[in-house]
Design a protein around this ligand. Structure first.
Ligand code: GRF
Length: 202
């Protein structure tokens, strides 16, 4: 399977997926990494892995529609089976999201449907939650609201602050994102009428 990964920053989730591909645990390859920020460290990670990179700066486009149109054309030049948002800090137009229906993943640092949007770790702490975590989901028009694929949770400890929680959740992200990508690449996972179907699940 052909994968295109979209990033805006560090790209540690991208790295986790690269590592699992390199070790043969994901039956796919990353055709391209696209960033809206030229300083994103994930671009260096991609280059180090020999993956083609493109920077599309949203500031070079008149509006969201123009940017997303250019982004879509850049992605589609690689004919991907799966598009992976890995810390891509842009809200996408409904047209873009519909175009990739059933083949667009995101990872979000909360146990969705809790804490859509930003500052999830701080919000989980302030709510006094006993556990916190992350979610891989299919992207739909509702921000952070698409069908859930897989989640991982960690207990909130008494000494936790937003940083310590974020670090722990990040490590969980690196475990579940490659897993979801592998399910998709091996045709075990698909979206069917808005329902997530996972073959061989217990
Ligand atoms: C992660 O926390 C992810 O949940 C969020 O953006 C961050 C990306 O981190 N969507 P990285 O760039 O993969 O290190």
């Amino acid at each position: 399977k052909r994968i295109v990964v979209l990033i805006s920053g560090s790209g540690s989730n991208l790295q986790a997926i690269i590592d699992q591909i390199d070790s043969g645990r994901i039956s796919g390859r990353i055709a391209a990494v696209i960033s809206n920020k030229e300083e994103a460290y994930g671009l260096t990670r991609a280059a180090n892995a020999g993956i083609a990179t493109t920077v599309l700066n949203h500031r070079d486009y008149a509006d969201r529609e123009a940017f997303d149109g250019a982004l879509q054309a850049t992605i589609d030049a690689h004919s991907p089976d799966l598009v992976v948002l890995a810390g891509f800090m842009r809200i996408l137009t409904p047209e873009f999201v519909r175009h990739y229906a059933g083949r667009l993943f995101n990872i979000h640092p909360s146990l969705l449907p809790k804490y859509k949007g930003l500052h999830t770790h701080q919000r989980a702490l302030e709510a006094g939650d006993a556990e916190h975590g992350c979610t891989v989901h299919f992207v739909t028009e509702e921000l952070d609201g698409g069908p859930l694929v897989v989640q991982a949770a960690t207990p909130v400890q008494s000494g936790d602050d937003a940083d310590s929680l974020q670090q722990r959740v990040h490590r969980l992200e690196h475990r579940i994102y490659p897993l979801a990508v592998e399910w998709f690449c091996s045709d075990r996972l698909r979206l069917d009428n808005g329902q997530v179907l996972l073959d061989g699940a217990p």
